[in-house]
Design a binder for this molecule. Structure first.
Ligand code: ADP
Ligand code: MG
Length: 396
């Protein structure tokens, strides 16, 4: 399902609209704390610059909810992009209108213009055709390189494709689609999934789809406690979503029927509070988590067990940290499993912002095959859902 790529298209002298995801984390003083998302868009932008396109670049930032919010201006992003590209990035501070029309008309080959935060306009999130038509004005080619936003039917992602002569995928988008499609469409036999993180309800469609192909599912994180409770265990004050417990039961039964090995933690690191300096207790196999405590990381026996189970994997898909990795006290499970995954020979695919952060923290990111830049988008893709932004592009 590879999409037609920008790579083999003549862009010289063409006005090209590139939708990127520059939704970077900012401090209160509007300083960018992590510019990974800008860097991942550079290959597409450089190709366009070198081949003489006139580039109109656009992104959203945060959730301004259709209103102009000064703290969510893309200006710091324009400055960082200019620095990374080593050339000027025009930033008129508007999205559509006369000033932008004029700036588009003035663009010379190889020049780049960044529009203001798309979500300052209410038409972006409502997929408004009139707004999309304005974005598409005088544009010859539309490029979607914003995988992380492609699960949204927004004007710059979906509606715009109806108003441009040609729509194609950027490098990043195609790289994501290729890597994730492999896991979705023809995974090898020894396919192991690691699931953790916070919200089970968000991830249930993913689990159900993974059960069609995976052979082993290793569960940790807060998610584990809804499953453990479904099996009748006492989990104290661990984070449990009561309303998903019946579904957890179903998943456990279905796994047994399909001979999928679904593993839950056998021991835990527990505590009274999610704080850096707290008293912790190891809850060993067979022991119960006391009523006033919560499970905040997988225990040492679980680490060993999961490490062992990962050894024969040919493909590992991982979403969700196995404990509260942000605090050192509860990070060992996630860090050790990250090392175990990294040291094997399996193809390794990671989805999820926090999981990627944890793998970076473990210092093993280079050993992974693919760290997806899309949190929600990657999960929806792996759950087998169709993403509006990808559906809107023609196939190769
Ligand atoms: P991702 O962003 O990778 O999809 P999630 O957002 O689903 O991951 O989950 C990450 C969050 O889950 C982290 O903030 C982590 O602290 C939290 N978490 C992991 N294990 C537990 C636990 N046992 N109890 C409470 N929170 C947890
Ligand atoms: Mg998250």
């Amino acid at each position: 399902m590879k999409k037609r790529s920008i790579e083999n298209i003549d862009v010289k002298g063409k006005r090209v609209f590139v939708r990127v995801d520059f939704n970077v984390p900012l401090t209160d003083a509007r300083e960018i704390t992590d510019d990974t998302r800008i860097k991942t868009a550079l290959p597409t932008l450089r190709l366009l610059m070198e081949n003489g396109a006139k580039i109109v670049c656009a992104s959203h930032l945060g959730r301004p909810e259709g209103k102009k919010k000064n703290d969510l201006t893309l200006k710091p992003v324009a400055q960082r992009l200019a620095k990374l590209l080593g050339r000027e990035v025009q930033f008129p501070g508007e999205i559509i209108g006369k000033e932008i029309d004029a700036a588009k008309a003035r663009l010379k080959e190889g020049e780049i213009l960044l529009l203001q935060n798309l979500r300052f306009h209410p038409g972006e999130t409502t997929n408004d055709p009139d707004f999309a038509r304005e974005l598409a004005k005088d544009i010859d080619i539309y490029v979607n390189d914003a995988f992380a936003a492609s699960h949204r039917a927004h004007a710059s992602i979906q509606a715009i494709t109806q108003f441009v002569p040609l729509s194609v995928a950027g490098f990043l988008l195609n790289k994501e689609v290729e890597a994730l499609s492999m896991a979705l469409e023809n995974p090898p036999k020894n396919y192991t999934v690691i699931l953790g993180g916070a919200k089970v309800s968000d991830k249930l469609p993913l689990i159900q789809n993974l059960m069609q192909k995976a052979r082993k599912i290793l569960i940790g994180g807060a998610m584990a406690y809804s499953f453990l409770k479904a099996k009748g265990a006492n989990v104290g004050r661990s984070e449990v979503e009561e309303n998903v417990i019946p579904l957890c039961k179903e998943i456990i039964e279905k796994a047994a029927k399909k001979e999928i090995k679904l593993l839950l933690p056998v021991d835990h690191i527990a505590s009274y509070a999610i704080e850096p300096e707290v008293t912790i207790r190891m809850i060993k196999r067979g022991e119960e988590i006391p009523d006033e405590m919560m499970g905040l990381d997988i225990g040492f026996e679980t680490i060993q067990l999961y490490t062992q189970e990962l050894k024969d994997a040919q493909l590992i898909v991982w979403n969700g940290p196995l404990g509260v990795f942000e605090l050192e006290t509860f990070s060992a499970g996630t860090i050790e499993i990250a090392r175990a995954v990294a040291s094997g020979s399996a193809i390794t695919i990671v989805g999820g912002g926090d999981t990627t952060a944890a793998i970076n923290k473990a210092g093993v990111a280079d050993h992974f095959t693919h760290l997806s830049t899309g949190g929600g988008a990657a999960l929806e893709f792996l759950a087998g859902l169709k993403l509006p932004g990808i559906e809107a592009l023609p196939e190769e």
